[in-house]
Design a protein around this ligand. Sequence first.
Ligand code: PMP
Length: 305
Amino acid sequence: MDQPQFAYFEGKIVPFGEAKVSVATHAFNYGTAVFGGLRGYWNEEQKRLFVFRPWDHYHRLIQSARLISIDSKFDEETLIQLTMDLLRANNWQRDMYIRPMFYKSDTGIGVRLHDLKDELTIWTVPFQKYIKNDTNAHVTFSSWRRIDDNVIPARGKVSGAYVNSALAKTDAALSGFDEALVLDQNGHVSEGSAMNVFMVRNGIVITPPVNDNILEGITRRSVIELLQKEMGMQIVERSIDRTELPIAEEFFMTGTAAQVVAITKVDHRPIGTGAMGPVVTKLRDMFEDVVRGRNQKYSHWNMAV
Ligand code: PMP
């Protein structure tokens, strides 16, 4: 089964093909929607599907909604319940992705955020690897700059803002790279097209702070905790200059779709030895165990369907 059977659409679970909006929908015309992205991980031994940190994802979705004047009307628990109902209806027994979205649903002309109706949809789809070379990714500095928080809220997942990510990703992919590295307006390393970044320098893990125009990633938050508590690493949140990368020991990206990806080359310069380093190697294994519900200590991050 590759096609979703059902979606949640404007108040109820409907056959997937019936979850459709008009061409005149405000969100379709102006990008006035916010979305989330969660993963469901199939645990073959237990024959169970685990959703990773649903409360955190829905908390961020509600906050993203607030940023563009959408009143979610649902709290985190209700959104989780709707998701669980939908997952049970679809009966996925494989790794998959969950896409909830709040959107301005009125039809008609007029750029604004006020006096518009808001709706919710959730759809799900089978999902595997997002970045093929996830142990040796080769990335490039994009010529596109990351959206600035004074242009479109950068810390939320605003649909229209993803044209910025798409420009960076397509230019990198069509030039033969695995992913783009995007600088912010100040020239600091901000993110990938849909992932946060981490550098290991002099044995310390460094990642840009939430006020460097990054998305406040759930994987980022999870990885920070694992690195500190399980690997005893020191984490520093500070801006990263582009010329720090060629002299760093390790560099990696994190995201729900990408998971934990080792970057071994940036443009024409190798990172560290040019092969996946020990910190990211260990972190990837640990992360995989955690998300599949194999690590009891972090079982509170997983919700069984
Ligand atoms: N940055 C951007 C722009 C993203 O779209 C994503 C994916 N949601 C991330 C970072 C990583 O965030 P998360 O770990 O919550 O998926």
